[in-house]
Write a protein that binds this ligand. Structure first.
Ligand SMILES: NC(=O)c1ccc[n+]([C@@H]2O[C@H](COP(=O)([O-])OP(=O)(O)OC[C@H]3O[C@@H](n4cnc5c(N)ncnc54)[C@H](OP(=O)(O)O)[C@@H]3O)[C@@H](O)[C@H]2O)c1
Length: 237
């Protein structure tokens, strides 16, 4: 099996690379980082495509897509906080710049990737695309408020996945694309917020990689367009 992981240097991304290599798959790891130092060992068994900004993950993959399609794609790119800028607690903290950064990392990078994959699909193609989203991007499930930019960008991502799935359903019936909440996972992204999370609800990145790998095996065409928990249950939009 050929597997692509984008955002591969992140907590969940790197754990998925390791998991998929362990499963014996042919893994292509795409990352904006310039080196795998501290992320993977040089002989980890994956093919790393480095120095690739999220908007260009797909472009970087293009020559490899011409050889053969991946069976599974895990898009693990996203941002919640960066450069000391934390998610908003109240409307007065909102800034267009923060929203645009979040939209770029959490939504546009995924849509760009789908756009590059699309010309390689046909009616016979079999491919599962798991785009990491977040439950807080569910409008119906928003009981707490806050995190305005992150919520908006993930809601936009969920809408993009649903919209693309409708466009692809008849043209590429064997291609499944879903938005997935990985569950709260120990990573750089969640680190500042972990003190509010009971230990039983904080998964290691390796556990999340196991769960997402199992989910990929269970997905079928009927799931396409959905927003799912890591266990495959549906989250309302
Ligand atoms: N951890 C959680 O509890 C949790 C919960 C819900 C949803 N998620 C979602 O799961 C996905 C993976 O999260 P993670 O926990 O693995 O996060 P992470 O460790 O921070 O990794 C995120 C990766 O996204 C890429 N990226 C693109 N733009 C970025 C930016 N401006 N700042 C930082 N990283 C950027 C980077 O990959 P490269 O440098 O390799 O390109 C980075 O390594 C994200 O979409 C996140 O929203 C995570």
């Amino acid at each position: 099996m050929k597997v692509v992981v984008t955002g591969a240097s992140g907590g969940i991304g790197a754990a998925l690379v390791a998991k998929q290599v362990n499963l014996g798959n042919d893994v292509i790891a795409v990352s904006s980082k310039t080196s795998t130092n501290g992320i993977a060992t040089p002989d980890d068994g994956a093919q790393w495509l480095l120095n690739c900004p999220p908007a260009e993950y797909g472009m970087t993959l293009r020559p490899l897509l011409q050889q053969s399609l991946p069976n599974t794609v895990f898009h693990c790119c996203g941002v919640l906080h960066q450069n000391g800028l934390m998610p908003e607690k109240a409307l007065r903290q909102f800034s267009p710049a923060q929203l645009l950064d979040n939209i770029n990392a959490n939504c546009i990078a995924a849509v760009n990737l789908l756009q590059v994959l699309e010309p390689h699909f046909n009616r016979q193609s079999q491919c599962k695309i798991i785009v990491l989203s977040a439950k807080v991007g569910s409008i119906e499930d928003n009981y707490l408020g806050g995190w305005h930019s992150y919520r908006m960008s993930k809601a936009a991502l969920n809408m993009a996945i649903k919209t693309v799935s409708i466009e692809w359903r008849r043209r590429f019936p064997g291609v499944t694309v879903v938005a997935v909440h990985p569950g709260t996972t120990d990573s750089t992204l969640s680190q500042p917020f972990q003190k509010n999370v009971p230990a039983s609800q904080l998964a290691s990145a390796a556990t999340t990689a196991d769960r997402l790998s199992a989910l990929a095996g269970q997905l079928s065409a009927e799931d396409s367009g959905a927003l799912l928990h890591w266990d495959g249950s549906k989250i309302p939009f």
